[in-house]
Design a protein around this ligand. Structure first.
Ligand code: MTE
Ligand code: MO
Length: 386
């Protein structure tokens, strides 16, 4: 079933599942670099890594379009302007490391339990999805655009379904970017990316072409792209309809979930969050001053306004120094790294971030069936109960 996986250097990675390959870096290593180097970039797969022949592979662009297209990688490289976006991708379904809560009761999908390292910041390069859709004759009428979705399909056979699929509202690719980004590369929008950190995508990360949807959960950034379909409804792929949704509090078993999946929209933008990555496990040093480092980010392009750090269980907080070089405008797609100094304590250190819309992380999570979008103050469990 998995005869043709790429060679991988797994130094510094915690392997969460072998087949399909799912791994994340140790968080203390992760925050050493603002742009995550390839060996430390997390891996999230739902099936074997495809081995695509780039000479014959083409991407179909179809659905509600005046001029449906088929494009090869070469077409994408030569017929459309090249743009780069620095964006942070992450898994938004991690259940580990929550502070005193019952989120361990959530239904885990395919048994992968993620920690806080399932996040990475990279520079992606390719062409704007909107340029390709314009070439395919997408509507320019705002009233039409807001009713449509761009659905993406991959080539690989996944455990849950025939291929990986997902969708985004079309306006994420068209209206917002036209109105706000002025084509500035660092604040650009949805990309059909063929490079990551200046090199062709690796097989692990979506070779030859993947979608990158900045400010959205990683699940929307479809790798091994085969098809783009403009349609009047969300993707009906498993990954859009049966996962990555916040179900109401009273839905606590599969039977109840099955009845209500269709009533709730799929998650797009993620929420504000942060994590203490150093010292490891948030355990402070025994004496003197303790250097603390971590990351923070928010979805939808909201930058980080403040990170508070506490070593006394949230009674008092100090303000961290933020490193967020790409947030010069109204929006940022990249994360914030932060540092702080605290006096030694025997309590675990925790952080809480505030984003540019004033959203602040909550002390306790509100439980939901899939455990998604939990952004409560995070530390390691005091007494592991499971
Ligand atoms: N695309 C395909 N074709 N197959 C996948 O399994 N996983 C998604 C997304 N795109 C996935 C995919 C999820 S859930 C995430 S978080 C990101 O890819 C992970 O991207 P990465 O492996 O480059 O870190
Ligand atoms: Mo994900």
């Amino acid at each position: 079933e998995y005869p043709n996986e790429p060679e991988r250097n797994t130094d510094g990675l915690i392997i969460r599942k072998d087949k399909p390959f799912n791994a994340e870096p140790q968080v203390n290593l992760l925050v050493q670099n603002y742009v995550t180097p390839d060996p430390l970039f997390f891996h999230r797969n739902h099936g074997p890594i495809p081995d695509i022949d780039v000479e014959t592979h083409c991407i179909e662009i179809k659905g509600q379009l005046a001029k449906p297209l088929e494009l090869t990688l070469k077409d994408l490289r030569t017929s459309f302007n090249k743009h780069s976006v620095m964006a942070t991708l992450q898994v938004r379904c991690w259940c580990a490391g929550n502070r005193r809560d019952g989120l361990n009761k959530v239904k885990k999908t395919n048994g992968v339990v993620w920690g806080p390292g399932a996040i990475g910041n990279a520079v992606y390069t390719g062409c704007w999805l909107r340029d390709v859709l314009n070439a395919a004759g997408v509507t320019s009428c705002p009233n039409e655009i807001v009713k449509l979705h761009a659905a993406f399909e991959s080539v690989e056979q996944c455990e849950e379904s025939r291929n990986y699929g997902s969708s985004i509202p079309l306006e994420k690719a068209i209206l917002v970017s036209h109105a706000l980004t002025f084509d500035r590369d660092e604040f650009g929008d949805v990309l059909l990316a063929y490079e990551m950190n200046g090199k062709p995508l690796t097989r692990d990360h979506g070779y030859p072409v993947r979608v990158v949807v900045p400010g959205y959960i990683g699940a929307r950034s479809v790798k091994y792209l085969k098809r783009i379909i403009i349609q009047d409804h969300e993707s009906d792929a498993y990954f859009q309809q049966r996962d990555y949704k916040i179900l109401p509090f009273n839905v606590d078993c599969e039977e109840k979930a099955c009845k209500v999946w269709d009533n709730f929209p799929a998650i797009g933008e993620y929420n504000v969050q942060s994590y203490v990555c150093e010292p490891a496990d948030g355990l402070a040093c025994k004496s003197g001053l303790c250097q603390v480092r971590g990351y923070a980010l928010s979805g939808g392009g909201r930058s980080i306004q403040r990170v508070d750090v506490s070593a006394d269980d949230g009674k008092t907080w100090i303000t961290a120094d933020l490193y967020q070089p790409c947030s010069g405008g109204a929006r940022t797609w990249a994360w914030c790294l932060w540092t702080a100094q605290l006096h030694a304590t025997n309590k675990r250190i925790m952080s809480r971030a505030v984003d540019s819309a004033g959203n602040i992380q909550q002390e306790y999570p509100v439980w939901n069936y899939r455990g998604v979008m939990n952004n409560s103050w995070r530390t390691v469990e005091e007494s592991p109960s499971h």
